[in-house]
Design a protein around this ligand. Structure first.
Ligand code: PLP
Length: 440
């Protein structure tokens, strides 16, 4: 788990084959240390070297249902046997019912979904829809954001991952963030800045695209009045509001969607990850009745072979039924409060913890060199920097104690399966407590 003393000879045959023949994502290939997973159950998984880990981040903040959701696995197998794939023009019961279900669980008049296979594709579709609907081409997004890796979605991403794709697509404009802890601009002030940006762009913007609660850039929860005001600003300038709920959706925040926390219905919402609980690659871009109506007599010029793949849609429908039947959304709210309290204790006892923040089972621990100065510990990694940061080391030390925790930039990202128990939270927080000693 990121232990930099490991060498190539520590890898078993499968790991060596993987390293030799599979491109690792977002990494220098010589640094990749694949670990073979041999089993997973509930909220834990096991590697070939006999280590067992409690999954405190739901892998890439996507395994909302843990690792043994039989209902989802069975639904996928059944659909694969009934018919794995059919061309556009055909549908399956699972796809139609998933579309209906999404109209039910998403806010307001969001009612019609374009299905794809990932978050990045969900965002690509949202950009295209907004451009076609408004006739404008610019997209305003924010600096502390991640929206995906393909050319459109990486261009509208604000964090350093975009730098290697620059100049990117035309018209991708960045705005400041609602980041009370680490920015000099007050969150509400940053909104007025966006208002002025849209005016100065001459009302030629197709959409303002935001993560309603920012995920990989540090779990940033804006003030309650932020998102409603942002929607107003966008509409005043003829732009749509796109909420990217790829990471924040499906119970993560204790509501079905983070937009629900703020009582806002965006014009377009993107989703993936928790949509299938990570059992199948599935993305979705849902639009309001009003946006959908526009495409009644304008061609929707977009699609992929695997858009609305029957097996993935079977996974999506079964995943939503599982959230419902097991009461996981309310559970995330309740257990999430406990998690928040436990993380606050870490902030009180560890000088290296600058801030713990978040909502539901979507929380972050931002590390800092000195709490009073708010200097981030981890260096931002981009194409020209490499090496291990203190945040990486804290995550690795938690791994040594049997807890998997993801880390991004200078924040440990806590997003466990929604079924996590209080006892498991205690176990993970204890491991982090020890791991953080190293950073103090
Ligand atoms: N949007 C957000 C908010 C994300 O967090 C991510 C991935 O982490 C994406 C889009 C891209 O999703 P994917 O990795 O499935 O392409």
């Amino acid at each position: 788990m990121g232990d930099d003393t490991e060498s190539e000879t520590d890898l078993n045959e499968i790991e060596r084959l993987d390293k030799a023949h599979v491109f690792g994502t977002w990494s220098f290939q010589n640094e990749v240390r694949p670990r073979q997973v041999v089993g997973a159950e509930g909220n834990r998984f096991e590697t070939a070297d006999g280590e067992e880990y409690l999954d405190f981040s739901g892998q890439l903040m996507c395994s909302n249902l843990g690792h043994s959701a039989d209902r989802v696995a069975d639904a996928m197998a059944e659909q694969a046997r009934e018919g794995a794939y059919f061309a556009p023009g055909y549908t399956t019961e699972n796809r139609a019912r998933l579309g209906e279900k999404l109209a039910e669980v998403t806010p307001g008049s969001l009612s019609k979904t374009f299905f794809s296979t990932s978050g990045t594709e969900a965002v690509e579709a949202a950009i295209k829809i907004a451009r076609m609907y408004t006739g404008n081409h610019k997209i305003v997004s924010r600096y502390r954001s991640y929206h995906g890796a393909t050319y459109g979605s990486i261009s509208v991403t604000g964090d350093p991952r975009r730098l290697m794709a620059e100049p990117g697509i035309p018209g991708a404009i960045k705005a400041p963030d609602p980041y009370a802890y680490g920015s000099t601009m007050d969150p509400m002030e940053s909104l007025e800045y966006i208002d002025e940006m849209l005016m100065l762009e001459g009302d030629t913007v197709a959409a303002v695209l935001v993560e309603p609660v920012v995920g990989s850039n540090g779990i940033l929860v804006p003030p309650p009045e932020y998102l409603p005001r942002l929607k107003e600003i966008a509409h005043d300038h003829g732009a749509l509001l796109i909420c990217d709920e790829v990471m924040s959706g499906f119970g993560r925040t204790g509501e079905w969607f983070a937009s629900d926390l703020f009582d806002v219905t965006p014009d377009i919402m993107t989703m993936a990850k928790g949509l299938s609980g990570a059992y199948a690659p599935l993305g979705g871009t849902i639009v309001t009745d009003e946006v959908a109506a526009h495409f009644e007599d304008e061609m929707f010029c977009h699609g992929h072979t695997y858009a609305g793949h029957p097996v993935a849609c079977a996974a999506g429908l079964a995943a939503i039924e599982t959230y419902e039947s097991e009461g996981l959304i309310d559970r995330a709210d309740e257990v999430g409060r406990y998690l928040g309290d436990r993380l606050e204790e870490l902030q009180e006892t560890h000088p290296s913890v600058g801030e713990t923040r978040g909502v539901g089972l979507f929380r972050g621990i931002e590390l800092t060199k000195r709490a009073d100065e708010r200097v981030p510990f981890g260096e931002r990694k981009d194409k020209i920097s490499t090496g291990t940061t203190v945040v990486d080391e804290v995550a690795a030390r938690a791994g040594d104690r049997g807890v998997y925790v993801a880390n991004m930039i200078n924040t440990l990202i806590i997003a466990p399966p929604l079924s996590i128990t209080r006892e498991e939270i205690d176990e993970a927080v204890d491991a982090l407590d020890h791991a953080l000693d190293h950073a103090d």
